[in-house]
Each structure stands twice: as structure tokens, then as C-alpha cells.
Design a protein around this ligand. Sequence first.
Ligand code: KIV
Ligand code: NA
Length: 273
Amino acid sequence: EIKGMTPPDIRSRKGQTPLVCLTAYTTPVARLLDRHCDIVLVGDSVGMVLHGLSSTLGVTLDMMIMHGQAVRRGLEHALMVVDLPFGSYEESPEHAFGNAARVMGETGCSAVKIEGGETISETIRFLTARGVPVMAHVGLTPQAVNTFGGYRVQGRGADAERIRRDARAVTEAGAFSLVLEKIPEQLARQITADIDIPTIGIGASPACDGQILVSHDMLGLFTSFRPKFVKRYAELGEQAEAAIAAYATDVRNRHFPAVEHLYVNAFKAGDFT
Ligand code: KIV
Ligand code: NA
């Protein structure tokens, strides 16, 4: 018996209430998200957000598996999807299957996400036919940052047709949902109307069937750069820095530890914590 959300559950939400999706890389954050999200993505954004890499290109399969295992322990309800990192799926459908099977087997995730459209659709078909549900990702695909020459909006003007073809190709190949990243609203609306799987937008307008953000971005915990599409729901980075500064001051002034943090009378009080 599978408990929690499944890829078919997500697929059947096409045109229904919007899908709520966020990223997680650790158990505690996964626990915070689980009751509120339909999908929790272990994104390869982990490389930039937690490991200080300057792009997602240096993220390895082992990193994704380690973070995936941590996230698995924090989820009961949300569907868990893990990004296949750069270099782990492009070479051939067989190579992609071997790595996807490792990720699913070692993390217990229910699906993988891979970037790309027409060129990767044969691989999506291969994986889907062999028990690996695939979330697709078109528009701005950050693993192709060097090909694009940056993180610019995709699908403007005549380039829109390329993204539309990509969206159709991954849908026909059997993807159960599709992330649309950083494309104009009109294009996101057309694609969402055009395909019968849910579109999940990030910088792709409310016309999509769902939304995803990087949790650390919307919490104000990752501030190295801030795309226009990020809404900050909290400023946890600022709060954390204020707390750290207060601790530093307390230590230097010998205001911490204070009386209540001492073990002087611990045995008498029966307090061993
Ligand atoms: O890696 C990631 O976090 C992602 C989402 C933002 C879609 O791919
Ligand atoms: Na990603």
C-alpha cells in the first residue's frame, strides 16, 4: 500500500486547484513542508544553496542520493521527486535508467526530474515504460547555463515555438508533470492549455497548474542572488544573523551562559537535560 501522493494523483490534478511545490534538501525542512505541499523536490539547486557552488553543474549523483535520503525521512504525505544531476542522464536512455534506478532505490523517492525537451523525450519514454515516473523541466533549464550564456528568460518572440515543441514532446513521451521555468506569461498559458499534464511554474505566471520555489529563496535563507520571480515570505537569513550577532556579544560580555544554563544544582534538582 502506497501512502501519500503518487505521480498519478499529481497528473489527475490537471486544471484543478493549483499544486503546491517547494524544494527540500534536509529532514527538518522536509518535515516543515510535508503537510502543506503536494510535491517536495530535492532539487539540484542544493549545489548552490547548501554547498556554495556557482551553478548546478558540479552536483553529483551521490549528493542527490544523500540529500534524497535525508528528505525521505521527513515526508509522509507529499510526493518526493529527486533531480537527476548534470551528466547522469543525457548520454543514453540506458545510462539514465541505471542512475534513476539508483536514486529511486537508495532514496525511496517516487519520481525523478530531468531537464530538457525534444532532445530528452526518448529518455523520458524509456524511463516511464520501466517504472520511473518523470517530471520534465523546460524553458530555462539551469544545467544548460553555459549553452544559454546566462539565466535569461526563455521563449521570447520566435523562440516560443521551441518551448511549445519541447512541452509537447515531453508530454507525449509520458512525463506526469512539467516544470516551466522563467518564460513569459502568455507562453505559459498557451502551453498549460495545450498539454494534458499539470504545468508547474517558477517564474512562469499564475496560468500554470501549480507553483514551485526554492524554499531557501522564499524564506530569505539564500540571498546570493534574487530572481524577480522569488517572493520572500520571510527574512530568516536576517533573523539568523541578528541572533548570531547577539550570541557573539553575549559571549564577549560574559552574559552567556547565564545562571539558568548552569549545572551547579543539576543533581539536587534532578535535571539531567
Ligand atoms: O533544482 C531546483 O530547485 C529546481 C526547481 C527550482 C524547479 O529545479
Ligand atoms: Na533543478
